[in-house]
Write a protein that binds this ligand. Structure first.
Ligand code: F3S
Length: 389
């Protein structure tokens, strides 16, 4: 990899051993992917917002960076909190959470605690180079905004934030931004989360190009998150909707698709659990990725004047929750018996000791994929199980 004189000096220790180690990590990471150089990033996004004992080495490195007085060089946002107060077990498992948060804030990270930063305090523009982790954010930035980020890991993300650099390979390069799989849609009733779940499975790490469909912002956000979870997809195009796909030819960069698949209504339906299985759920969870204010308002309306029949959890972006709390709809939701949180449902419910083997039902394709003991239903399904439809 070719480094500038300035980058080489940092690697040689001009800004201290900790910064040199961060630079070395990026050089090794980039070399593994044959990146020719390191390029500046507009912003960073970190996934390591929780403190659990199995990531001990990561926290030690963060502490060393803080002790060395390093600060992030670009706007850097942070994934959701893990639900420290969600259960007693979480308090035990997440011991040290406060200290970790203090460390990240000492590095200059924006404490927004959301995986949906791209609709909030970290909004990239078309063509921006980013050093983001969090697969659901990376796929949205690439696909819906036309910014460029690889799917970076925890630790690499923090090295990018403090150096302000990322290796130039993968989705940062023009030639890798074309679609690879053509996706025909044969469904009258769209279920974007189920579609995302299926596309991750079918495409694995290839980029799908979907028929035109007028997906909403929330659908694009949730569909992408599901695709990036059940597969390793980091870029999708929707013909005539997403910015790099004005036409089918443009979406494929003039190349032929590697394969064509068709997703039918039956395929979407098959992702949903059967009625009896759904009804056996003890918990219903909304919001993975966290709900925006618009999503919360839309779903909350069904709960007005009702009383839930299960434990029902809403998970919102913290900034959205602050606004939502000012509304009468929020008070109606609480009256209906809904719990409203701002943490990550996956992190919070991964410790299932307190919840026992209680089955969770969700309309999130991502949560369905990642959280053990979870079933999937579309919005109508889950509202029915909540007892409000
Ligand atoms: Fe966000 Fe947590 Fe889901 S980080 S995408 S709410 S798993």
């Amino acid at each position: 990899m070719q480094l500038t004189d300035e980058q080489q000096a940092v690697l040689n220790g001009a800004e201290g051993p900790e910064m040199a180690q961060c630079m070395d990590t990026l050089v090794r990471y980039g070399s593994a992917f044959k990146a020719p150089r390191l390029v500046p990033i507009k912003s960073a996004h970190l996934t390591g917002s929780f403190r659990i004992s199995s990531f001990k080495a990561y926290y030690e490195i963060v502490e060393r960076l803080v002790a060395a007085g390093l600060r992030v060089k670009v706007k850097t946002t942070l994934n959701p909190r893990p639900g420290y107060d969600f259960s007693l077990q979480n308090r035990l498992v997440l011991k040290g959470q406060r200290r970790h948060e203090d460390n990240l804030e000492a590095l200059g990270v924006t404490p927004n605690y959301s995986c949906v930063s791209y609709l909030d305090v970290n909004r990239p523009e078309f063509g921006d180079i980013l050093g983001w982790a969090e697969s659901s954010a990376v796929i949205y930035a690439n696909s819906v905004i036309g910014a460029r980020s690889n799917r970076n890991s925890i630790m690499v993300d923090i090295c990018q934030a403090v150096t302000g650099l990322t290796p130039e390979f993968g989705l940062l390069r023009d030639e890798n931004r074309g679609g690879q799989v053509r996706v025909k849609l044969e469904a009258d009733v769209m279920d974007a989360q189920a579609l995302g779940f299926l596309l991750g499975r079918h495409c694995v790490d290839r980029s799908p190009v979907l028929d035109h469909y007028p997906f909403s912002v929330a659908e694009l956000k949730n569909m992408g998150a599901a695709m990036a979870a059940s597969g390793g997809v980091s870029l999708f195009h929707v013909i005539g909707l997403t910015p790099e796909a004005p036409t089918e030819e443009a979406a494929f960069l003039g190349r032929k698709p590697e394969k064509t698949i068709t997703i039918t209504q039956d395929d979407l339906t098959a992702v949903r659990a059967g009625g009896e299985v759904q009804s056996a759920s003890k918990i219903v969870a909304f919001g993975c990725p966290q709900m925006t204010l618009e999503e919360a308002r839309e779903v909350a309306q069904y709960f007005v004047g009702k009383r839930v029949k299960r434990r029902v959890l809403f998970h919102l972006m913290p900034s959205a929750l602050r606004e939502f709390e000012q509304t009468s709809l929020f008070r109606e939701l609480l009256k209906a018996g809904v719990e409203v949180h701002e943490h990550c449902p996956l992190a919070a419910m991964s410790v299932r000791i307190g919840l026992g083997k209680q089955q969770v039902l969700t309309n999130s394709g991502k949560l369905y994929y990642y959280l053990e003991g979870t079933e999937y239903g579309d919005l109508d399904d889950v509202l029915k199980v909540c007892g409000v439809l």
